[in-house]
Design a protein around this ligand. Structure first.
Ligand SMILES: Nc1ncnc2c1ncn2[C@@H]1O[C@H](COP(=O)(O)OP(=O)(O)O)[C@@H](O)[C@H]1O
Ligand SMILES: [Mg+2]
Length: 388
């Protein structure tokens, strides 16, 4: 199997999280206005994520005799450790994430020290296709490399990560950046002064990579949308960093329309993320590889390796080819198999997992011949072999 784990999930570094899939949670430091912030959108949260070691250590499986001998409390603890491990992100080097990290890393090198002629990266794709995972891993890799190249520089902030607020105006956008950097913003501050301070501070702390997630929220029609994208353009022009934008199906949200759209189109390299397909033989192989990688990592006492790979077509149908839905399906089933003591994943476990609405809506339990539903034609998806 050539799929490999890259790294660990950054989102739940504090305590247990059996769900393991909430991206929004976390009442991180730096919360303002009472709203819960995404844990990575402050310099402290980000630094924590970047400092986390690569692979979470897989817990050791006890020999059968020892497992049988565990008393109530011991068993509870032992099970909890395995369930936490299943809920943590076991990052898989999918074709999409590999492409984003390679392209992004090259851009960062080419942009270094340039004020003019810098180019950015624009990641576009459906929800749950790994956009946020990919750009945060790119940021983490860059931050680790920066530390390694020039260690021990105080107060440096190589990477800034923000999530666009819904219906953002210029001040909200600038405030997101200020909040990441730990700069106070007062009610009376003008958007220009906040933006100016942010740009000055980013230059001073050596920010070289700016990640802007959920960017489709900015590209609204009308005045507000125009103003917010002008604000973003101001940052792009004044901060000599590599900018990475990620958002939902950006071509369709009018991101490239109009004068502003053309400016973005000319400066950003587009990369699309998408669901895995399951028609062509090599697409099926890619999907089976992904399933196998997840299956190999399971810490269950009676699970026979290969069981899940045999169910790969069913898993594809359930998850609609979405890596996030597959991850949830397999790891929830595994944790249920621990809780009920069967210690192996059965079809019943998988059937019982309730996935997100999108996955539920696309699933056809009884596809007639030629009536299978597909997100896109084979070959069109970046995750299918021969894709764009
Ligand atoms: N490379 C990967 N390896 C393993 N799991 C992944 C990977 N990329 C995404 N996932 C899974 O998919 C879920 C959704 O990914 P996310 O990056 O949030 O998608 P998006 O930002 O496109 O909506 C993640 O929580 C994770 O479980
Ligand atoms: Mg996302």
């Amino acid at each position: 199997m050539t799929s490999t784990y890259l790294d660990s999930r950054g989102h739940n570094h504090s305590g247990h999280n059996h769900g393991g899939h909430d991206h929004g949670g976390g009442d991180a430091e730096g919360s303002y206005g009472g709203a819960a912030r995404h844990p990575l959108t402050t310099k402290q949260g980000w630094a924590c994520f970047a400092a986390q070691s690569g692979h979470p250590t897989p817990p050791r499986l006890l020999p059968a005799e020892d497992f049988d001998r565990l008393d109530g409390l011991e068993r509870e603890l032992y099970n909890e450790i395995r369930q936490d491990y299943h809920s943590a992100l076991l990052l898989v080097a999918t074709p999409d994430i590999k492409r984003i990290i390679t392209t992004g890393s090259k851009l960062i090198i080419n942009n270094r020290g340039k004020q003019l002629g810098r180019r950015g990266l624009l990641i576009s794709g459906a929800s749950g296709t790994g956009k946020s995972t990919s750009i945060t891993q790119l940021g983490k890799k860059f931050q680790i490399e920066t530390e390694r190249r020039t260690p021990g520089v105080d107060g440096r902030i190589p990477v800034v990560y923000i999530v666009c607020p819904a219906e953002a105006n210029p001040k909200m956008l600038a405030t997101e950046m200020a909040t990441f950097l730990g700069l106070p913003v007062a009610e009376r501050d003008s958007p220009q002064s906040v933006a100016h301070t942010v740009a000055a501070v980013m230059r001073r702390v050596g920010t070289s990579l700016v990640l802007v997630d959920e960017i489709h929220r900015l590209f609204l029609s009308g005045r507000r949308g125009r103003d917010a994208s002008d604000q973003l353009k101001y940052f792009f022009d004044t901060i000599s960093a590599t900018f990475v934008y990620a958002g939902l199906d950006l071509a369709e949200t009018g991101m490239f329309a109009g004068v502003r759209g053309r400016q973005i189109a000319g400066r950003f390299i587009p990369v699309n993320t998408g669901p895995f397909t399951h028609r062509a033989a090599d697409a099926q192989r890619d999907w089976a590889k992904l399933v196998a990688t997840m299956e190999q990592a399971l810490r269950l006492h009676h699970h026979k390796p290969g069981t899940l790979v045999k169910m790969a077509p069913y898993l594809h149908a359930r998850a609609g080819g979405m890596i996030g839905s597959l991850d949830q399906l397999v790891h929830e089933a595994a944790n249920d198999a621990i809780t009920d003591g069967t210690e192996k994943i059965t079809k019943a476990h998988l059937d019982a997992v309730i996935l997100d609405l999108a996955a539920i809506n696309q699933y056809d339990p009884d596809p007639g011949p030629g009536h299978g539903r597909h997100h896109r034609r084979d070959g069109a998806g970046p995750n299918s072999a021969g894709g764009s």
